[in-house]
Design a protein around this ligand. Structure first.
Ligand code: SF4
Length: 232
C-alpha cells in the first residue's frame, strides 16, 4: 500500500460527488491560505493522526455495492505524490473516483486525470493575477488556468465552483469569473454560499446572501451554465 497522509474521512456523503454516494477522504496538505478555509487544521502535512489508510481500505472493501464512489478532497489532494497509486487501488475495487482540487499542480492533475471520473475545480477569484494571489496567498493563477485547460481538453466530467465570500469578492468579480469560464467553454459552474469561519465575527448572513441574489448575475448563470444552482 502507498503512504497517504489523511486529515479525516467521511464514510458516507451524497453531496461531494454529484449523483453518487461516496466516501470522502480529506488529504492533508495545502500550500494556499484562502481566508474562508474551513480545513485550515489540515493544511500542514504530517500532523499527528490515528487514521490508518489500510484500515480505511478494508472498510471500503465492505462498501462495495453499497457506495459507488470515493472522493478525494483536502486540503489539496494534488499535493501528495502518492495520490495516483491510491486512486488506482480504490478504482480496482470498482469505485468511481471524484476529485476536489484548486488546480494547484497541473502536472500532477494530468497524471491522475485518466483515472478520475469527476472533478470539482474551485475557482477562487477572477482570472487576474493580483486578485487570485490576494485570495490564495501565492502567485498561482497560471497553474489554475493550466489545470482548467487540461480539464477542458479531457473527456472527464467536471464542474467549476466559487465560494462567495463577501469580504473578498463582489458581484462584479463573480460576473467576471462566470464570463471568463463561459468564454473558455466551461459548461457547469456553481456558486457556493460562504459559511463564516470561526474567527470571522463580523460577516452577516445578509452579507453572504447579497452576493447570491443579484438578478443579472443569476440570469446570466442560468442562461449560460447547465443545471446552475446556488449551493447554500
Ligand atoms: S485550497 Fe482549500 S484547503 Fe487550501 S486553503 Fe484554500 S480552502 Fe483551504
Amino acid at each position: 500500500m502507498s503512504k497517504i497522509v489523511v486529515g479525516g474521512v467521511e464514510k458516507f456523503s451524497a453531496v461531494d460527488f454529484p449523483g453518487h454516494l461516496s466516501a470522502v477522504v480529506f488529504m492533508q496538505g495545502c500550500p494556499w491560505k484562502c481566508p474562508f478555509c474551513h480545513n485550515a487544521p489540515i493544511r500542514d502535512i504530517g500532523q499527528e493522526t490515528d487514521f490508518s489508510w489500510d484500515k480505511f481500505f478494508e472498510f471500503l472493501k465492505t462498501r462495495v455495492g453499497k457506495l459507488d464512489a470515493v472522493t478525494f478532497s483536502g486540503g489539496e489532494p494534488l499535493v501528495q505524490d502518492c495520490l495516483l497509486d491510491i486512486i488506482k487501488e480504490v478504482r480496482a475495487l470498482g469505485f468511481a473516483i471524484g476529485l476536489h482540487t484548486g488546480g494547484y499542480r497541473p502536472e500532477h492533475l494530468a497524471k491522475v486525470l485518466p483515472f478520475v471520473d469527476w472533478v470539482g475545480l474551485d475557482i477562487k477569484a477572477p482570472f487576474v493575477a493580483d486578485k487570485y494571489k490576494a485570495i490564495v496567498g501565492v502567485d498561482h493563477l497560471a497553474r489554475v488556468l493550466k489545470s482548467l485547460d487540461l480539464l477542458l481538453a479531457s473527456k472527464v466530467d467536471f464542474e467549476c465552483r466559487t465560494t462567495c465570500d463577501p469580504r473578498f469578492l463582489s458581484i462584479e468579480d463573480l460576473k467576471q469569473i462566470a464570463k471568463a469560464l463561459k468564454e473558455r467553454g466551461v459548461k457547469k459552474y456553481f456558486l457556493q454560499k460562504y459559511r463564516p469561519i470561526e474567527s470571522d465575527k463580523t460577516t452577516t448572513d445578509d452579507d453572504c446572501e447579497h452576493l447570491l441574489q443579484d438578478k443579472d448575475l443569476l440570469e446570466y448563470l442560468n442562461r449560460n451554465f447547465t443545471g446552475f444552482e446556488v449551493r447554500r
